[in-house]
Structures are given as C-alpha cells and as structure tokens.
Design a protein. Structure first.
Length: 301
C-alpha cells in the first residue's frame, strides 16, 4: 500500500524546502514519489522547480482553492488518479493557511484502498513560532494532529528559544515526535502512524485571505527585488516572484516571508507560467501589485 504524507505549516515556514528534501531522498532510495502542491496563486511556479528531480507527469499543481475545504474534492480526485508505481509514495504540500486538522479528517474519507491512511508532518519556524499576532491561532492549529513536527530556522535562535518552542509544541501535541529538519529522513516515515489527537475547532474562514498575481517584467537589478518587496504593505503575508534580473540569462526566484525577511535564489530552468509576482494576505489585488511594480520601475520608491 502507498503512503500519503501531508506537509503543513504557516506561510514561509519552509514547507517547500522540506518537500524538495523528501523528493530527493525518495529518488536516491529508488522510491517513486508523486507530488501534489497546493497554493492560492500559481502553484505551478513551485512544482516546476521539482521537474528536474522527477518526471513532470508525477507532479500535480492545485491552485486557487484551499484543499482543507473548498478544494478537498479536487484533492481527493487528484490522489485517486495517481498511477500505481513500484515503491510509490505520495507527498502533498498544503498552502500556508490550511486548517490542518480539517484536512486530515476530510482527506481520510474517499481515498482508494490502495493508499495507507494519511500522515501529517508539520513544519515549524522556531524563529517566528507564535509571534504572528492575530495569526497565532492558525499556526497552533497546524501542529495539533501532526504525527511529526519538523523544526526549521534553528540557526537563527539560541538553544533556550528552541527548548521553549519544543515545550509549547509538546503541550499542544504530546504524541508528536519533534525533530530538526536536518534529521528528517524518508526511512523514518514507515514508523510514523496517523495521529489520534482531538483538535480544537478553528474558524478557518478567518484565514481565507485574498491572493493575487501579475506578470512580472525583467527587473533592472537585485536591489529592485528588495524595493518591490518593501513597497508592499505588511498586511501582505507572503510575496513570491520569479523573473529575469538585468541581462542575466537565467531566472531568479525571490520571496518575502511574514517576518519581512527576503530570500533570493537562482530559479532552475524557465517557469512554464512565465515571470510572475504573487501575493497572499489581506488587501492583495492586481491594482496594489501593479502600483508597487510601477513605482519601483519608475524609481519612485
């Protein structure tokens, strides 16, 4: 029977990085992963980054709906259409505002019998854990029914902060195994069983934030990435983009996380969706994005 592993966690916690690690780990061990990736806007941008590691026919992008509620039927259908493979494993990355408890309840119903009951991995950014003001409830919800909690950004904090976060996580989910992202290995997953925890109810509609995207022309410099990210208000919780910088022949990917940190890296290949700027958070809209972009290109920021 094929295992289903669901990766959840708040916006910018490091879910996609962990997903890539598991995919590479699976390929090295001659497993055959199938990846389903969900995001509010243009999930294809992230799945394209996995096409060098696994055949694109084993990648599925689900955009524009939340797989814990309005998108659950589409998710079930996508999973049930996954072809049988020798040593197959299905990896699902949920968007950063997912009600992780509801997702596990809904996903466990209507899945083909050839799949094992899904298990959930929650990714926790120890630097920003429970420092998200009105979004703390959502972040806490995302660890309550996880079988495994993986810690990220540990290098950004001291030992006392790590121990404090671990204590809070253990209080919320006493049965979960808590490990560092560096320690996670695919061979551990067969030993993980679905959580039996009962979670507190979350009014998930509060986390159904606006999202938007626009085409992104080439930017004149790397400094323009920072200007563009900073031109968007703090109410925008996640900023992602991919475009050409100056005369460079390759694409560059960038993101602004909820804590304001900006990360830039080379994008492998060419995005099938074309260059894009994507945002998630209250107030997202094409007018806001175009205004910020025009200000940067005109030097008004």
């Amino acid at each position: 029977m094929e295992a289903i592993v669901v990766i959840v966690g708040f916006l910018g916690a490091g879910k996609t990085t962990l997903l890539k690690k598991l995919v590479n780990n699976a390929v090295e061990k001659q497993w055959q992963p199938f990846v389903v990736l969900n995001d509010y806007e243009n999930a294809q941008l992230d799945t394209d980054q996995l096409s060098d590691d696994i055949d694109p026919q084993y990648l599925k992008a689900l955009s524009g709906s939340c797989i814990c509620c309005s998108g659950i039927t589409e998710l079930r259908e996508a999973v049930n259409r996954i072809p049988k493979r020798e040593k197959g494993i299905t990896l699902i990355e949920a968007n950063g505002t997912t009600d992780a408890c509801s997702l596990m309840g809904f996903l466990g119903v209507g899945i083909n019998e050839r799949f094992l009951p899904p298990i959930q991995i929650s990714v926790v950014d120890v630097k920003n854990w429970q420092l998200r003001a009105e979004h703390n409830e959502l972040e806490a919800n995302q660890v309550q029914v996880s079988s495994l909690i993986v810690l990220t950004h540990e290098n950004s904090v001291d030992k006392s902060r790590i121990n404090d976060v671990k204590a809070q996580l253990s209080s919320l989910n006493p049965s979960a195994n808590i490990i560092s992202s560096d320690a996670l290995d695919l061979e551990q997953l067969p030993e993980v069983t679905p959580s039996q925890n009962q979670a507190e109810h979350l009014e998930h509609h509060k986390a159904h934030w606006a999202s938007s995207s626009i085409d992104l022309p080439p930017l004149p410099s790397y400094a323009a990435i920072k200007e563009l990210c900073n031109a968007l208000p703090n109410s925008i919780l996640r900023v992602k983009g991919c475009t050409i910088i100056g005369s460079e022949p390759h694409y560059t990917y960038f993101e602004r996380c909820p804590d304001g940190e900006i990360y830039v890296r080379r994008y492998n290949g060419e995005p099938t969706t074309g260059a894009k700027l994507l945002t998630v958070g209250p107030g997202s809209g094409t007018l806001l994005l175009n205004t910020a972009l025009n200000n940067v290109l005109s030097g008004a920021t």
